[in-house]
Design a protein around this ligand. Structure first.
Ligand code: SF4
Length: 356
């Protein structure tokens, strides 16, 4: 395959066939796509190394597998430095599991990183089945990640990530791969139930809620993505600071959770869907925090107002670390000051509010 990159994991893919040039439709550059393939190949090597060493798997191993898979889904991580650092961590963990492989003078290669070109260049049936498995567990990893930040884990779900990665790295025929594709669906349902339980037990069962689409005057912060924990931390840190919070895109449902909507400064929703962000954030007098997938390459007109956290990362964009100290976002909101008058931003429905 004489391409600069190959990626066909999402509905944006070029010509409905695959992104193969210098960058994908999503803005992911070829070298980043290649690094994401390296990361996936390293995760397959790690999964292989767990066979016979299941007793050595710990929560750190699980976390690495989930974080690695989540990092490669669309519109999450564009940062070669953080992807490379993650690959290093995966190698370190693999070396903990199979230290003898590191010293072996005539390695059999069994636990080596897998070359993803073996998937992309396989015959179309095998390529399709392995892609269904891989893309399925990438999405599932996002759910598992969000559940885990709230302290919810499921052993069946976690074990399946290893099994599925192992399968992607094997030279198996359709008969062996098809049942695993079906298992992806079954385990994914279990994972969605886990996340639902995590969200509703932590923040209450969502209730029908009118979500204002008007932005009040004064400082505000826009928050996007799916991570309700991040939103909660942001609401706590902005309480009583004269800063309002508005959801964007995927974060809209957060307005319906009782434990989040009780914050009076969670005012409503700004903008429409994720794909309109480059238009909607131009000239925005407020910072935007991305907590999960849906980040597009920020335009120069607003790049200085974008912040990332969790697995989201973009070169030269300020990243909020695990301490969840949102001070830089808050300071940016205060310095920008927001709109000088209340503003209705034309949005999701022809109304001044929407029902979620
Ligand atoms: S994730 Fe990006 S590079 Fe991959 S198919 Fe989608 S648009 Fe193309």
């Amino acid at each position: 395959m004489d391409n600069k990159m190959f990626c066909f994991q999402c509905e944006q893919t070029a010509s409905c066939v695959g992104c193969k040039g210098a960058a994908g439709v999503c803005g992911k550059k070829a070298d980043t796509a290649q690094l994401q393939d390296c990361l996936t190949g390293a995760l397959i090597g790690l999964a292989r190394a767990t066979e016979g060493n299941e007793h050595l798997i710990n929560s750190g191993t699980d976390r690495l597998i989930i974080e690695g898979l989540f990092t490669t889904i669309t519109n999450v991580n564009f940062n070669n430095a953080t992807i490379s650092a993650l690959i290093d961590k995966v190698h370190t963990e693999k070396n903990r599991l199979v230290p003898e492989c590191l010293k072996c003078a005539s390695s059999c290669g069994r636990n080596s990183d897998y070359d993803m070109r073996s998937v992309w260049e396989a015959n179309e049936d095998i390529r399709s089945l392995k892609s269904l498995i891989l893309f399925g567990i990438r999405g599932m990893a996002a759910y598992a990640y969000h559940a885990s930040v709230l302290g919810y884990h499921d052993e069946t779900v976690n074990r399946f990530f290893y099994k599925a990665l192992f399968a992607v790295g094997m030279d198996w025929d359709q008969e062996r791969l098809l049942p695993i594709v079906l298992e992806v669906g079954a385990v994914n349902l279990r994972c969605m139930e886990l996340l639902d339980r995590a969200n509703t037990e932590t923040y209450g069962t969502p209730v029908p809620t009118k979500v204002p689409l008007t932005v009040e005057k004064g400082p505000f912060i826009v928050i996007s993505g799916h991570d309700l924990y991040d939103l909660k931390q942001l609401l706590e840190q902005t309480k009583g600071r004269g800063i309002n919070i508005y959801t964007h895109g995927e974060m809209l449902p957060a307005n319906a959770y009782p434990e989040l909507k009780k914050y009076s400064h969670l005012k409503g929703n700004f903008g429409t869907a994720w794909q309109n962000q480059q238009k909607e954030f131009a000239n925005l007098p407020a910072p935007v925090l991305f907590t999960t997938n849906c980040l597009m390459p920020p335009k120069a007109s607003y790049a200085d107002r974008v912040f990332t956290t969790e697995v989201v990362s973009y070169p030269e964009i300020v990243h909020i670390g695990e301490d969840k100290d949102f001070t830089p976002v808050i300071q940016k909101a205060l310095s920008l000051g927001g709109y000088t008058e209340e503003r209705y931003v034309k949005l999701i429905v022809a109304s001044s509010s929407c029902l979620k």
